[in-house]
Ligand binder design. Structure first.
Ligand code: AMP
Ligand code: MG
Length: 429
């Protein structure tokens, strides 16, 4: 099945909004082996959209449009599609009623402009939108099926799950492709490549994709074919990759490092605080993104100045004078002080030069010291020297700090990473 995607919205042609909806749609296509042949971004112009669509109708059996279903005059998707297909369009009163009811639920009157969202192209099936006011539409035009979906990403995700995936499953049975994901923290991409190289030979290079982001790599293994065979192959690939990569695999699927660390803290029944200088609370921010993190995360001391490192964490002036704020000694003193004064089982401390200024020959930009204090004292220390801009250095520091804690908890608990599945026997650390 050949398919096309049309993202509608003038803002998507500018520099402030990126079309991400087509990626969500593409993911659904990939799962079902649909061949995406073309995608385009079109501004809010009825003429442009009708012309673009007319060009796509022959040669594509499936066209998914997203955006432009809102109530304002720049929302032209419905009328442009009607025009390209030479069909009529009319307002359905029962849909107006449903939209008005949504507004009433929120204690509001429906503005008159929202009537437009009840426009239905002749021959189209209305797709109720559980997450917003704009209903979607599905229609057949000769051999081509068109889906019109809303542009708000959260609403689109709902529509993909409710309508697109079931439709694909019905029309493309047996063709399903599935992907297993392994998430890897703080391993250089080249090291990872070396480790997984044998799997390329065993399963085929095209079956395994590596997506690298700073300090966070996704290894994706995919397989197609009949369900039993596909599942077996995915299982075999996952086990093999786990064994090759080892403990650096922190999760399977879409779990974040802070979720995994949180789950380990919860299982161990211990608490954590952070003491942060160059990261300004980023580690604490990431930890508190996870619902329920108050079970194990107590809080943070953001001690940017030397004065606060002394006053809040009890770092001694002599230590600061002798080694400077960016040093192993001060990171350790921050961690010990935070653990003691804030009353937690564990403390992570970070101090460094995030740049762009402030670097010296001895301590260039990117120098970051991270210390972990546990009930046994300072359990681990890392000195980082990553290149990059301020945000990248801060992000990588938070990533390494969380990974240090994850590794420590894994070894004290003698367990595997939550969500990481089984770790391979004799895997490299
Ligand atoms: P619309 O349905 O065109 O009114 O879009 C509603 C909101 O969703 C706007 O804030 C858009 O910026 C956003 N949006 C629309 N299309 C996309 C897209 N393709 N990718 C990401 N966001 C989008
Ligand atoms: Mg729009």
């Amino acid at each position: 099945m050949k398919a096309a995607i049309l993202a509608v919205g003038s803002e998507l042609l500018g520099t402030v909004r990126l079309d991400t909806n087509s990626l969500a749609i593409t993911e659904a296509f990939e799962r079902h082996g649909v061949e995406l042949r073309r995608k385009a971004v079109v501004g809010d112009s009825e003429e442009d959209l009708a012309a673009e669509l007319a060009g796509l109708l022959s040669g594509h059996q499936l066209i998914v449009l997203t955006g432009g279903l809102g109530p304002t005059s720049d929302d032209i998707t419905r009328t442009a599609v009607a025009r390209a297909l030479g069909r009529g369009i009319e307002i359905r009163e029962e849909l107006v009623g449903a939209i008005a009811a949504r507004f009433h639920q929120m204690g509001l009157e429906m503005p008159a402009v929202n009537r437009r969202q009840a426009e239905v192209i002749d021959g189209a099936t209305v797709l109720t939108n559980a997450r917003g006011t704009a209903p979607g539409l599905r229609l057949d035009a000769g051999p081509t099926t068109l889906f019109l979906f809303p542009g708000v990403p959260w609403e689109l995700d709902g529509m993909i799950g409710e309508y697109l995936l079931p439709w694909l499953a019905e029309h493309l049975d047996g063709d399903l492709r599935e992907t297993a994901v392994l998430k890897v923290a703080c391993l250089p991409e080249s090291t990872l490549e070396e480790r997984i190289a044998p799997a390329y030979g065993e399963f085929g290079r095209e079956a395994i994709t590596v997506l690298a982001r700073p300090g966070d790599i996704e290894v994706r293994a995919s397989a197609g074919g009949p369900e039993a065979e596909r599942r077996e192959r995915l299982g075999a690939m996952t086990r093999r990759l786990d064994a090759l990569i080892g403990r650096a695999v922190y999760a399977h699927r879409d779990t974040t490092l802070e979720e995994v660390v949180g789950e380990l803290l919860r299982r161990a029944g211990v608490t954590l605080v952070t003491a942060e200088s160059c990261t300004g609370g980023l580690v604490a921010e990431r930890l508190t993104r996870v619902p329920g993190s108050s079970d194990y995360f107590l809080g943070a001391a953001v001690t940017y100045s030397n004065e606060l490192k002394m006053a809040l964490l009890g770092v001694s002036p002599a230590l600061l004078g002798a080694h400077g704020a960016v040093s192993e000694e001060v990171a350790a003193a921050m961690a010990l002080g935070a653990r003691e004064r804030l009353g937690a089982d564990y403390a992570l401390a970070l101090t460094g030069v995030a740049g762009p200024g402030g670097g010296t020959e001895e301590k260039p930009v990117g120098t970051v010291h991270i210390a972990l204090a546990s009930p046994e004292g300072i359990t681990s220390h890392r000195r980082l020297g990553y290149p990059g801009d301020r945000q990248r250095i801060r992000w990588l520091s938070s990533q390494v700090a969380l990974e240090m804690l994850r590794r420590h908890l894994l070894s004290t608990l003698g367990t595997e990473s939550p969500g990481a599945g089984t770790l391979g026997e004799g895997a490299p650390a």
